[in-house]
Design a protein around this ligand. Structure first.
Ligand code: 5GP
Length: 193
């Protein structure tokens, strides 16, 4: 069992509706040492890719992505969520449905910060149905940049996102894959990796 799986077992709380609450170390209060360990682990797993930029989506992905960007010594860009339809300026836009909030947001990245010669590592905290990642992939590809890989802290393996992204041929690395969780007993089972 790796360091993140151990932490999830210690402090994660299974909520009804297939939601894993990790707000004591990742989604509200943040354990920065853990962020740094995750950054180092993603750096190790994508070391053979010549990453020029890390891309994530606000808000919870930013802290992990910061650590990853520091390890690669490249800038971090985060897609901003915006409800407004009239977005001014030169932006890449994707529509993302939120798994936790059940609403739709437009997410935007300024064209200034992604270029055709960028090799992008996409990072997020959770992978459920894959909407957030699909949005970040479409923004990256609209810019002409290359998606070199995707790094996720916690993948919920019983939801469809991971399979969809892997079937599209992307290199997707998740530090913990939850295959089963039970809101009544609190039990969490991880996939052997
Ligand atoms: P997806 O777009 O893959 O359906 O969902 C990914 C996004 O939803 C993540 O960025 C994360 O913020 C949120 N999310 C999905 N499932 C969970 C969950 O079980 N727990 C928490 N805390 N966030 C989740």
């Amino acid at each position: 069992m790796n360091f993140l799986e151990e932490r999830i077992l210690k402090d994660g709380i299974v909520k009804p509706g297939n939601v894993l609450k990790v707000d004591s170390f990742l989604n509200h209060q943040m354990d920065i040492e853990l962020m740094d360990r995750m950054g180092e682990e993603f750096h190790r797993r994508f070391a053979d890719k010549n990453i020029t930029k890390v891309l994530t989506i606000e808000a919870s992905g930013i802290a992990i992505a910061c650590s990853v960007a520091r390890c690669f010594n490249v800038p971090l860009v985060f897609a901003k969520k915006s409800k407004s339809v009239n977005i001014e300026g030169d932006m890449y836009i994707a529509e993302v449905e939120s798994f936790t909030h059940k609403n739709k947001n437009q997410v935007i990245v300024s064209k200034k910060f992604l270029n055709a010669d960028d090799r992008v590592l996409i990072i997020d905290d959770f992978l459920a149905n894959g909407c957030a990642l699909q949005g970040l992939i479409s923004i990256t590809e609209a810019s002409g940049a290359t998606v070199e890989g995707l790094g996720i802290a916690i993948e919920k393996g019983f939801q469809i996102g991971g399979q969809v992204i892997r079937n599209l041929g992307y290199k997707l690395e998740s530090l913990a894959i939850v295959d089963e969780m039970n809101a009544e007993t609190g039990e969490i089972k991880f996939r052997e990796q």
